[in-house]
Design a protein around this ligand. Sequence first.
Ligand SMILES: [Zn+2]
Length: 85
Amino acid sequence: MALSPIDCQQVLEQIELYLDGELGGSLRAEIEEHLGRCGPCMDHSDFQRRLKELLRARCGCDQVPAHLLDRIRALLAETHGPPLD
Ligand SMILES: [Zn+2]
């Protein structure tokens, strides 16, 4: 399965793991490839990476509160089409 190119929704679902360096192998490569040709996803990953850096600097850990993630996702959905439901 998953031999077809990764799409935007999959990228958005995996982007946190990707940015955390928790993805490996072909999935990571697929996301990198997608980001290289998809502006909205690139913006999304750039935004989220900066946000993570900000949060990390502020709380000194990698954990982002769930309610904050929900707000971030809602915000990102506005700039990247409809919600993923
Ligand atoms: Zn995309």
